[in-house]
Design a protein around this ligand. Structure first.
Ligand code: SF4
Length: 357
Protein backbone atom coordinates (compact mmCIF):
# COMPACT_ATOMS: atom_id res chain seq x y z
CA UNK A 1 0.00 0.00 0.00
CA UNK A 2 1.36 3.43 -0.92
CA UNK A 3 1.19 6.46 1.34
CA UNK A 4 -1.43 7.95 -0.96
CA UNK A 5 -3.63 4.86 -0.62
CA UNK A 6 -3.38 4.90 3.17
CA UNK A 7 -5.18 8.25 3.27
CA UNK A 8 -8.23 6.56 1.76
CA UNK A 9 -8.33 3.72 4.26
CA UNK A 10 -10.29 4.70 6.30
CA UNK A 11 -11.37 7.86 4.50
CA UNK A 12 -11.88 10.94 6.66
CA UNK A 13 -10.73 13.39 4.04
CA UNK A 14 -13.75 15.68 4.14
CA UNK A 15 -16.26 16.89 6.77
CA UNK A 16 -18.46 13.83 6.07
CA UNK A 17 -15.73 11.74 7.78
CA UNK A 18 -17.34 8.51 6.53
CA UNK A 19 -14.50 6.28 7.72
CA UNK A 20 -15.05 3.95 4.77
CA UNK A 21 -12.28 2.00 3.10
CA UNK A 22 -11.82 3.28 -0.46
CA UNK A 23 -8.97 0.99 -1.49
CA UNK A 24 -9.09 -2.57 -2.79
CA UNK A 25 -8.98 -4.76 0.34
CA UNK A 26 -6.64 -7.69 0.88
CA UNK A 27 -7.75 -11.00 -0.69
CA UNK A 28 -10.68 -12.53 1.16
CA UNK A 29 -11.97 -9.28 2.65
CA UNK A 30 -15.18 -7.74 1.36
CA UNK A 31 -14.66 -4.62 -0.76
CA UNK A 32 -16.14 -1.45 0.64
CA UNK A 33 -14.56 0.80 -2.01
CA UNK A 34 -17.15 3.35 -3.07
CA UNK A 35 -19.29 2.93 0.05
CA UNK A 36 -18.60 6.44 1.38
CA UNK A 37 -20.92 9.38 0.81
CA UNK A 38 -19.07 10.45 -2.34
CA UNK A 39 -19.28 6.92 -3.73
CA UNK A 40 -15.72 7.06 -5.09
CA UNK A 41 -12.96 4.52 -4.60
CA UNK A 42 -9.31 5.54 -4.26
CA UNK A 43 -8.98 5.56 -8.05
CA UNK A 44 -8.75 9.12 -9.40
CA UNK A 45 -11.43 9.50 -12.06
CA UNK A 46 -11.56 12.39 -14.52
CA UNK A 47 -14.35 13.52 -16.82
CA UNK A 48 -12.62 15.95 -19.19
CA UNK A 49 -9.96 18.60 -19.63
CA UNK A 50 -10.27 21.72 -21.74
CA UNK A 51 -9.08 25.24 -22.32
CA UNK A 52 -11.86 27.26 -20.75
CA UNK A 53 -12.60 30.93 -21.35
CA UNK A 54 -15.58 31.30 -19.03
CA UNK A 55 -13.65 32.03 -15.82
CA UNK A 56 -12.80 35.42 -14.32
CA UNK A 57 -10.34 37.55 -16.44
CA UNK A 58 -7.24 37.14 -14.19
CA UNK A 59 -7.68 33.38 -14.56
CA UNK A 60 -8.22 33.22 -18.33
CA UNK A 61 -6.07 36.18 -19.38
CA UNK A 62 -9.12 37.86 -20.90
CA UNK A 63 -9.77 37.86 -24.64
CA UNK A 64 -6.04 37.87 -25.47
CA UNK A 65 -5.06 35.22 -22.91
CA UNK A 66 -4.63 31.50 -23.23
CA UNK A 67 -7.68 30.49 -21.16
CA UNK A 68 -7.79 28.39 -18.02
CA UNK A 69 -6.75 24.74 -18.25
CA UNK A 70 -9.70 23.08 -16.54
CA UNK A 71 -9.63 19.47 -15.38
CA UNK A 72 -13.05 18.20 -14.24
CA UNK A 73 -12.81 15.49 -11.59
CA UNK A 74 -15.61 12.87 -11.46
CA UNK A 75 -17.59 12.53 -8.23
CA UNK A 76 -18.27 14.98 -5.41
CA UNK A 77 -18.35 14.91 -1.62
CA UNK A 78 -21.05 17.60 -1.29
CA UNK A 79 -23.75 16.82 -3.86
CA UNK A 80 -25.88 19.95 -4.27
CA UNK A 81 -29.33 19.24 -5.70
CA UNK A 82 -28.92 22.05 -8.25
CA UNK A 83 -25.46 21.08 -9.53
CA UNK A 84 -24.90 22.10 -13.17
CA UNK A 85 -22.23 19.38 -13.52
CA UNK A 86 -24.38 16.57 -12.16
CA UNK A 87 -23.55 14.15 -14.97
CA UNK A 88 -20.01 13.97 -13.60
CA UNK A 89 -20.64 14.82 -9.94
CA UNK A 90 -23.65 12.64 -9.19
CA UNK A 91 -24.25 10.56 -12.28
CA UNK A 92 -27.49 12.13 -13.41
CA UNK A 93 -27.79 12.04 -17.19
CA UNK A 94 -29.15 14.91 -19.24
CA UNK A 95 -32.53 13.26 -19.91
CA UNK A 96 -33.06 12.70 -16.20
CA UNK A 97 -31.69 15.93 -14.85
CA UNK A 98 -34.96 17.78 -15.27
CA UNK A 99 -36.56 15.38 -12.79
CA UNK A 100 -36.62 16.06 -9.09
CA UNK A 101 -33.90 14.37 -7.08
CA UNK A 102 -36.41 12.07 -5.38
CA UNK A 103 -37.41 10.64 -8.75
CA UNK A 104 -33.87 9.75 -9.72
CA UNK A 105 -32.93 6.23 -8.84
CA UNK A 106 -30.39 5.58 -6.11
CA UNK A 107 -26.72 6.15 -6.75
CA UNK A 108 -25.53 6.15 -10.34
CA UNK A 109 -21.91 6.32 -11.38
CA UNK A 110 -20.80 9.83 -12.33
CA UNK A 111 -19.32 9.95 -15.84
CA UNK A 112 -15.55 9.66 -16.08
CA UNK A 113 -12.78 7.10 -16.10
CA UNK A 114 -9.82 6.30 -13.84
CA UNK A 115 -6.43 7.77 -14.67
CA UNK A 116 -3.06 6.93 -13.16
CA UNK A 117 -0.68 9.58 -11.84
CA UNK A 118 1.32 9.72 -15.07
CA UNK A 119 -1.75 10.18 -17.28
CA UNK A 120 -2.94 12.98 -15.01
CA UNK A 121 0.48 14.65 -15.33
CA UNK A 122 0.34 14.27 -19.13
CA UNK A 123 -3.08 15.95 -19.21
CA UNK A 124 -1.65 18.89 -17.22
CA UNK A 125 1.25 19.18 -19.65
CA UNK A 126 -1.04 18.98 -22.67
CA UNK A 127 -3.10 21.88 -21.31
CA UNK A 128 0.04 23.91 -20.66
CA UNK A 129 1.34 23.13 -24.14
CA UNK A 130 -1.90 24.41 -25.65
CA UNK A 131 -1.38 27.76 -23.96
CA UNK A 132 -3.35 27.41 -20.72
CA UNK A 133 -2.61 30.19 -18.23
CA UNK A 134 -3.02 27.74 -15.36
CA UNK A 135 -4.28 24.28 -14.39
CA UNK A 136 -7.75 24.58 -12.86
CA UNK A 137 -8.80 21.46 -10.94
CA UNK A 138 -12.58 21.40 -10.53
CA UNK A 139 -14.24 19.56 -7.61
CA UNK A 140 -11.39 17.40 -6.38
CA UNK A 141 -12.07 17.55 -2.63
CA UNK A 142 -12.74 13.80 -2.38
CA UNK A 143 -9.51 12.97 -4.25
CA UNK A 144 -6.95 15.29 -2.64
CA UNK A 145 -4.17 12.69 -2.11
CA UNK A 146 -4.25 11.45 -5.72
CA UNK A 147 -4.45 14.96 -7.13
CA UNK A 148 -1.61 16.23 -4.95
CA UNK A 149 0.50 13.32 -6.22
CA UNK A 150 -0.52 14.04 -9.84
CA UNK A 151 0.33 17.74 -9.61
CA UNK A 152 3.67 16.90 -7.98
CA UNK A 153 4.42 14.48 -10.84
CA UNK A 154 3.55 17.12 -13.44
CA UNK A 155 5.78 19.65 -11.67
CA UNK A 156 8.63 17.13 -11.49
CA UNK A 157 8.24 16.46 -15.21
CA UNK A 158 7.91 13.49 -17.49
CA UNK A 159 10.96 12.76 -19.54
CA UNK A 160 10.29 12.55 -23.25
CA UNK A 161 6.70 13.72 -22.88
CA UNK A 162 5.10 13.99 -26.30
CA UNK A 163 2.84 16.75 -25.03
CA UNK A 164 5.59 19.37 -25.21
CA UNK A 165 7.32 21.08 -22.28
CA UNK A 166 8.07 18.32 -19.83
CA UNK A 167 7.50 20.21 -16.59
CA UNK A 168 4.43 21.97 -15.34
CA UNK A 169 5.27 25.63 -14.78
CA UNK A 170 1.93 27.46 -14.79
CA UNK A 171 0.02 28.09 -11.52
CA UNK A 172 -2.34 25.42 -10.21
CA UNK A 173 -5.88 26.44 -9.16
CA UNK A 174 -8.03 24.50 -6.69
CA UNK A 175 -11.67 25.06 -7.67
CA UNK A 176 -13.83 23.56 -4.93
CA UNK A 177 -17.05 23.74 -2.91
CA UNK A 178 -15.06 24.58 0.28
CA UNK A 179 -16.70 21.59 1.98
CA UNK A 180 -13.22 20.59 3.08
CA UNK A 181 -11.09 20.06 6.17
CA UNK A 182 -8.10 22.28 6.98
CA UNK A 183 -5.90 19.24 7.60
CA UNK A 184 -6.76 17.85 4.16
CA UNK A 185 -5.97 21.20 2.54
CA UNK A 186 -2.53 20.92 4.13
CA UNK A 187 -1.84 18.13 1.61
CA UNK A 188 -2.04 20.79 -1.11
CA UNK A 189 0.37 23.23 0.53
CA UNK A 190 3.24 22.46 -1.85
CA UNK A 191 1.22 22.14 -5.04
CA UNK A 192 -1.67 24.62 -5.24
CA UNK A 193 -1.12 28.34 -5.92
CA UNK A 194 -4.63 29.77 -6.14
CA UNK A 195 -7.77 28.66 -4.29
CA UNK A 196 -11.21 29.19 -5.85
CA UNK A 197 -13.62 28.07 -3.14
CA UNK A 198 -17.36 28.54 -3.27
CA UNK A 199 -19.11 30.09 -0.31
CA UNK A 200 -22.50 28.61 -1.08
CA UNK A 201 -24.33 29.80 2.01
CA UNK A 202 -23.95 30.54 5.70
CA UNK A 203 -27.50 29.34 6.36
CA UNK A 204 -27.48 25.81 7.78
CA UNK A 205 -31.11 25.20 6.76
CA UNK A 206 -30.37 26.05 3.12
CA UNK A 207 -27.19 23.94 3.19
CA UNK A 208 -29.11 21.02 4.68
CA UNK A 209 -32.05 21.28 2.30
CA UNK A 210 -30.18 21.72 -0.97
CA UNK A 211 -26.75 20.18 -0.27
CA UNK A 212 -27.43 17.59 2.43
CA UNK A 213 -24.84 19.28 4.63
CA UNK A 214 -26.19 21.43 7.47
CA UNK A 215 -22.62 21.74 8.73
CA UNK A 216 -21.52 23.35 5.44
CA UNK A 217 -21.35 26.93 6.82
CA UNK A 218 -18.94 26.06 9.63
CA UNK A 219 -16.87 23.77 7.39
CA UNK A 220 -16.62 26.30 4.55
CA UNK A 221 -15.66 29.15 6.87
CA UNK A 222 -12.88 26.98 8.35
CA UNK A 223 -11.65 25.87 4.93
CA UNK A 224 -11.59 29.41 3.53
CA UNK A 225 -9.80 30.73 6.61
CA UNK A 226 -7.19 28.04 6.04
CA UNK A 227 -6.84 28.89 2.32
CA UNK A 228 -6.33 32.58 3.09
CA UNK A 229 -3.66 31.65 5.63
CA UNK A 230 -1.97 29.41 3.03
CA UNK A 231 -1.88 31.83 0.07
CA UNK A 232 -1.76 35.62 -0.09
CA UNK A 233 -2.98 37.56 -3.12
CA UNK A 234 -0.41 38.05 -5.84
CA UNK A 235 -0.72 39.05 -9.49
CA UNK A 236 1.75 39.18 -12.35
CA UNK A 237 1.76 41.52 -15.29
CA UNK A 238 0.41 39.95 -18.43
CA UNK A 239 3.05 38.57 -20.80
CA UNK A 240 3.38 39.69 -24.43
CA UNK A 241 -0.26 39.04 -25.30
CA UNK A 242 -1.37 41.72 -22.82
CA UNK A 243 -4.74 41.69 -21.10
CA UNK A 244 -5.45 41.70 -17.36
CA UNK A 245 -2.85 40.92 -14.70
CA UNK A 246 -2.75 37.18 -14.02
CA UNK A 247 -3.67 35.85 -10.58
CA UNK A 248 -0.77 33.64 -9.54
CA UNK A 249 -1.46 33.26 -5.82
CA UNK A 250 -4.28 33.83 -3.34
CA UNK A 251 -7.96 33.14 -2.85
CA UNK A 252 -10.99 34.08 -4.94
CA UNK A 253 -14.31 33.22 -3.27
CA UNK A 254 -17.27 32.51 -5.51
CA UNK A 255 -20.85 32.97 -4.39
CA UNK A 256 -23.79 31.80 -6.49
CA UNK A 257 -26.93 33.79 -5.70
CA UNK A 258 -29.96 31.52 -5.22
CA UNK A 259 -33.36 32.82 -6.34
CA UNK A 260 -35.65 33.50 -3.40
CA UNK A 261 -32.73 33.48 -0.95
CA UNK A 262 -31.10 36.87 -1.32
CA UNK A 263 -31.12 37.47 2.45
CA UNK A 264 -28.74 34.48 2.68
CA UNK A 265 -26.54 36.20 0.09
CA UNK A 266 -26.58 39.35 2.25
CA UNK A 267 -25.17 37.29 5.14
CA UNK A 268 -22.39 35.93 2.92
CA UNK A 269 -21.47 39.41 1.68
CA UNK A 270 -21.41 40.77 5.24
CA UNK A 271 -19.16 37.89 6.31
CA UNK A 272 -16.84 38.48 3.36
CA UNK A 273 -16.60 42.20 4.13
CA UNK A 274 -15.83 41.52 7.81
CA UNK A 275 -13.39 38.61 7.45
CA UNK A 276 -11.93 38.39 3.95
CA UNK A 277 -11.93 41.80 2.23
CA UNK A 278 -8.40 42.87 1.35
CA UNK A 279 -7.09 39.32 1.73
CA UNK A 280 -9.24 37.56 -0.89
CA UNK A 281 -11.33 38.48 -3.92
CA UNK A 282 -15.07 37.91 -4.28
CA UNK A 283 -16.84 36.74 -7.42
CA UNK A 284 -20.65 37.02 -7.35
CA UNK A 285 -22.51 34.83 -9.82
CA UNK A 286 -26.09 35.16 -11.04
CA UNK A 287 -26.09 32.17 -13.40
CA UNK A 288 -28.26 29.90 -11.22
CA UNK A 289 -30.34 27.57 -13.40
CA UNK A 290 -33.13 25.37 -11.96
CA UNK A 291 -32.05 21.85 -12.87
CA UNK A 292 -33.15 19.57 -10.08
CA UNK A 293 -33.76 19.67 -6.36
CA UNK A 294 -32.84 23.31 -5.85
CA UNK A 295 -34.84 26.54 -5.79
CA UNK A 296 -37.05 26.93 -8.82
CA UNK A 297 -36.76 29.91 -11.16
CA UNK A 298 -33.98 32.33 -11.92
CA UNK A 299 -32.50 35.29 -10.07
CA UNK A 300 -34.68 38.25 -11.01
CA UNK A 301 -33.41 41.70 -11.94
CA UNK A 302 -34.85 43.05 -8.68
CA UNK A 303 -32.95 40.41 -6.67
CA UNK A 304 -29.73 41.12 -8.56
CA UNK A 305 -30.22 44.83 -7.91
CA UNK A 306 -30.50 44.20 -4.18
CA UNK A 307 -27.27 42.19 -4.22
CA UNK A 308 -25.44 44.95 -6.10
CA UNK A 309 -26.70 47.44 -3.52
CA UNK A 310 -25.28 45.34 -0.67
CA UNK A 311 -21.90 45.11 -2.41
CA UNK A 312 -21.82 48.89 -2.40
CA UNK A 313 -23.17 49.19 1.15
CA UNK A 314 -20.50 46.83 2.50
CA UNK A 315 -17.70 48.48 0.50
CA UNK A 316 -16.86 45.36 -1.50
CA UNK A 317 -15.29 46.72 -4.64
CA UNK A 318 -12.49 44.29 -5.46
CA UNK A 319 -13.72 41.31 -7.38
CA UNK A 320 -16.14 40.30 -10.08
CA UNK A 321 -19.86 40.24 -10.66
CA UNK A 322 -21.72 38.45 -13.46
CA UNK A 323 -24.30 40.18 -15.63
CA UNK A 324 -27.67 38.71 -14.67
CA UNK A 325 -29.21 37.08 -17.79
CA UNK A 326 -32.27 35.14 -16.53
CA UNK A 327 -33.16 32.10 -18.59
CA UNK A 328 -29.87 31.87 -20.51
CA UNK A 329 -28.99 28.16 -20.42
CA UNK A 330 -26.83 28.01 -23.55
CA UNK A 331 -23.65 27.60 -21.48
CA UNK A 332 -24.85 24.50 -19.59
CA UNK A 333 -22.37 21.63 -20.07
CA UNK A 334 -23.14 18.20 -21.52
CA UNK A 335 -20.29 15.94 -20.45
CA UNK A 336 -21.39 13.22 -22.86
CA UNK A 337 -19.98 15.43 -25.62
CA UNK A 338 -16.25 15.64 -26.37
CA UNK A 339 -16.57 19.39 -25.87
CA UNK A 340 -19.10 19.73 -23.05
CA UNK A 341 -19.31 23.52 -23.36
CA UNK A 342 -20.14 25.86 -26.26
CA UNK A 343 -17.12 26.18 -28.58
CA UNK A 344 -16.69 29.90 -27.88
CA UNK A 345 -16.18 29.02 -24.20
CA UNK A 346 -14.07 25.88 -24.41
CA UNK A 347 -11.56 23.92 -26.50
CA UNK A 348 -11.43 20.21 -25.58
CA UNK A 349 -8.06 18.59 -24.80
CA UNK A 350 -9.00 15.29 -23.15
CA UNK A 351 -12.30 13.43 -22.63
CA UNK A 352 -13.06 10.38 -20.51
CA UNK A 353 -14.32 8.43 -23.52
CA UNK A 354 -12.04 9.76 -26.29
CA UNK A 355 -8.73 10.37 -24.48
CA UNK A 356 -6.63 13.20 -25.98
CA UNK A 357 -8.47 15.11 -28.71
S1 SF4 B 1 -14.11 12.00 0.66
FE1 SF4 B 1 -15.91 10.67 0.29
S2 SF4 B 1 -15.55 8.76 1.48
FE2 SF4 B 1 -14.09 10.33 2.20
S3 SF4 B 1 -15.07 11.27 3.98
FE3 SF4 B 1 -15.62 12.55 2.20
S4 SF4 B 1 -17.55 11.74 1.38
FE4 SF4 B 1 -16.69 10.21 2.80
Amino acid sequence: MTNVDSLYRPCRLCPRRCGSCRTIPPRGEKSAAGSGYCGESAALRLACASIHRGEEPPLTGGTSGGGSGTIFVSGCNLGCGFCQNRQISAGWSLPTRQKRASQVSARQIPAGRPVLTEEFARICLALQNRGAENINIVTGSHAVPALAAGIAAARAGISGAAEGPDRLRVPVLWNSSAYELPETLDLLSDTVDVFLPDMKTLDGDIAGRYCGAPDYPAAAKGAIRKMIAMRSLRFEKAPGAGGPDRMVSGVMIRHLVLPGHTEATRTVLRWFADHCAGRALLSVMFQYTPLGAGPQGYVTKAEAGRVLGWLEEFGINEGYCQEPVPGNTGWLPDFEKTNPFPSELSVPVWHWRDGFV
